[in-house]
Design a protein around this ligand. Structure first.
Ligand code: UD1
Length: 427
């Protein structure tokens, strides 16, 4: 298994191209199930999770063609054609490896009148139930059966009649599943307190390009008038706001100055606000973001929340950054109950962090030191890389398959701006 070796201390400077958003791509891909015509996605990041989802689509009988397979290409184009769906079952073996597989439930149900998906197992960042996905589909008229570790959703008369659902908690995944199920309903579906993350706007925009009728895009109240059929479309995946935010933290902790090419400032205001509170200069331009850190880093109080609040996916990276701030920061994680797994690893690098429930108290330290650390989940892994870039000596990050799930060519991008980082095979 590969590991990353990072020798800290280099100041990052230069340009990092930002890839297409993983979290958007993983909800755009299953939209291809909704039509017999080809759906082509551009700017797809080259990631293990995308390959996994392609594999899942193939297993349903969807043909997929990928362009941009040269190693030097950032971003790829994938055309998918679901002329005939040969299976409506997402098996345990694939779902187990990739939690996002649950996002086929809604579109498969809409297209085929039934869908069977293995229940996702336990997850490193908390319990992550799917009850809201199922409640929303049931509210639109689906019959839900749970048996032998699988969930089966059935539209009794071949199509969903429509209905209303008010989310008791904001859920990104459940909103995505509900929207994809609703677009082919026989009637109208309404969602209240829906998630309004930019990735959901991206999903709605693709569906509209395919002929869907959706009102309220970008708000928490969505009205979807079902249409008889959808057609194909070509669509560009939005820029990855979490990748951009992660590299912003990396640049800042090294006192660097980088340009994040393609980052969309409008979708990252909460992160930009947090960076500025920490004393980082952020310049918003049409072509991307310039991030520079000159003076000392300041402590900050940061609380994660659904969009437009601070993304839970930025918590670990910002925590790594304030490990080097001059003073005490307080972080609160309100989305997941168990998302501080990076804390023990950051402590091994010299960080001073205490946690109590969902709160973390981070006392800034003058120096971090390289250590052997273990990645536990995607964003936690990135926080270790960020800390390592500013640490004295060498850090070895193991279990980097987590990073390969979410950061396209991470070490190459960091090398581009002067980081001393290399990937080596484990012996
Ligand atoms: C969540 C994050 C998303 C992030 C992703 C990966 C939010 C609102 N969502 O999306 O930003 O990119 O993780 O880290 O920030 N819940 C239920 N029942 C359900 C579904 C969710 O109780 O059926 C709860 C979850 O336990 C969690 C909250 O709702 O506390 C939000 O979860 P949800 O948005 O669905 O998770 P993801 O879609 O994975």
């Amino acid at each position: 298994m590969d590991k990353l070796i990072i020798r800290g201390g280099n100041r990052l400077s230069g340009t990092i191209p930002i890839s297409g958003a993983k979290n958007s791509a993983l909800t755009l891909i299953p939209c291809a199930l909704l039509t017999e015509e080809p759906v082509t996605l551009r700017n797809l990041p080259r990631l293990a999770d995308i390959d996994g989802f392609q594999h899942l689509m193939n297993q349903f009988g969807v043909t997929t063609v990928i362009q941009g397979t040269r190693p030097e290409d950032f971003g790829r184009v994938m055309s998918m054609e679901a002329t005939r769906i040969t299976s409506t079952v997402a098996p345990y073996d694939l779902v187990r490896k990739m939690r996002a597989s649950i996002l086929v439930l809604g579109p498969m149900l809409a297209r085929m009148g039934e869908a069977t998906v293995s229940l996702p197992g336990g997850c490193a960042i908390g319990d992550r139930p799917i009850d809201l996905h199922l409640q929303a589909l049931a509210a639109f008229g689906a019959v839900i059966e749970l048996a032998a570790g699988y969930v089966k959703a059935i539209a009794p008369d071949g199509g969903l009649p429509g209905g209303e659902f008010d989310f008791p908690v904001v859920s990104v995944g459940a909103t995505e599943n509900a929207v994809m199920a609703a677009v082919l309903a026989n009637g109208t579906c309404r969602l209240f307190n829906a998630a309004r993350e930019p990735e959901i706007v991206d999903l709605c925009n693709l569906l509209v390009a395919m002929g869907a009728e959706i009102e309220g895009i970008g708000t928490s109240d969505l009205t979807i008038h079902g249409v008889k059929r959808l057609h194909g479309a070509t669509y560009r995946v939005m820029a990855d706001r979490i990748e951009a935010g992660s590299y912003a933290c990396a640049a800042a902790i090294t006192g660097g100055d980088v340009f994040l090419e393609g980052a969309n400032a409008g979708e990252m205001q909460a992160t930009i606000h947090a960076l500025r509170a920490i004393g980082v200069t952020v310049e918003e331009t049409k072509k991307g973001l310039r991030v520079a850190a000159e003076g000392p880093l300041r402590p900050a109080n940061l609380t994660t929340a659904p969009y437009p609040g601070l993304a839970t996916d930025m918590q670990a990276q910002l925590m790594a950054l304030v490990c080097k701030a001059q003073g005490t920061s307080v972080l609160k994680e309100t989305i997941f109950e168990n998302r501080y797994m990076h804390v023990p690893e950051l402590r091994r690098m010299g960080a001073d962090i205490e946690t109590e429930g969902r709160t973390a108290i981070v006392k800034g330290v003058d120096r971090l030191t390289g250590a052997e650390v273990m990645a536990t989940d995607l964003r936690a892994s990135m926080s270790l890389i960020i800390a390592a870039l500013a640490a004295e000596g060498e850090t070895v990050v193991r279990r980097i398959y987590h990073l390969d799930r979410g950061y396209e060519r991470l070490e190459e991008k960091l090398q581009l701006v002067g980081a001393d980082i290399e990937r080596v095979g484990d012996s």
